[in-house]
Design a protein around this ligand. Structure first.
Ligand code: ZN
Length: 231
């Protein structure tokens, strides 16, 4: 696993070269956003401990916040829950939580991988909810209940899979040869593009995504990506 410090508060964790999760520093430890694929818990917790030691701060993972329920984002949730027990609060968007619980929430076939999980989230998030310093932003489309997170301290946007950033910013509704998996896994492409516009309207100072590097001052790149995806 590769560890990339992005800001004083944010650390990018990358597995298999293209799957990101994030450690976000809070006063009481870390919020982990997404968990990558399976068998990642030890490496994630070691990264949190190392980052805490370097900053001489607490390193416990207090919260896990999930952008959506695809396997490359929730893959290590059960393993982390086993290791952290009731100390950790796990949250995900309401619609994806209901789908995972077996409710028939949406029409048509789901896209992307929806692995079986034994963990029941502690919270089902809706727009405007808070997870520490993060504000929940509805951004459905890639999955039916996809959510993004805005750090209101510095306007860092954790956009999950609404955008990718390999070789430049792209909307996941749009087939993009540098990272075709994103479009293939997208459930509702028109809604995903609307979510991309909604996230752009937040005017983020920093964009980080599930797949690809961080992008500072991302407004122009987000505008171009939205235009390429059909406006
Ligand atoms: Zn993904």
């Amino acid at each position: 696993m590769r560890t990339t410090p992005i800001t004083d508060n944010l650390i990018q964790l990358t597995r298999l070269r293209f799957v990101n999760a994030y450690l976000l520093r809070e006063e009481d430890g870390f919020t982990l956003i997404d968990t990558t694929v399976g068998r990642g818990a030890d490496a994630i917790l070691a990264a949190a401990a190392a980052a805490a030691a370097a900053a001489r701060a607490g390193g416990a993972v207090r919260r896990i916040a999930l952008t959506h329920d695809h396997g490359d984002h929730v893959g290590s949730v059960d393993e982390l829950k086993d290791k952290l027990g009731d100390e950790v609060e796990i949250s995900i968007g309401e619609i994806d939580a209901r789908i995972h619980a077996g409710e028939k929430v949406v029409e048509g076939k789901l896209t992307g991988s929806w692995p079986k999980l034994t963990t029941t989230p502690d919270r089902r998030l809706v727009a405007g909810d808070r997870v520490g310093s993060l504000e929940v932003v509805a951004s459905p489309g890639h999955s039916p209940g996809h959510i993004a997170f805005l750090d209101t301290r510095d306007r860092t946007l954790i956009a999950g899979d609404v955008f990718t950033s390999f070789g430049g910013v792209a909307v996941s509704s749009h087939f993009y040869a540098r990272f075709p998996l994103a479009a293939m896994a997208t459930y509702d492409k028109a809604r995903d593009l609307q979510s991309a516009r909604d996230l752009r309207a937040l005017d983020p100072a920093l964009l980080v995504v599930g797949h690809g590097p961080a992008v500072r001052a991302p407004q122009a790149a987000m505008d171009a990506a939205i235009a390429r995806a059909g406006g």
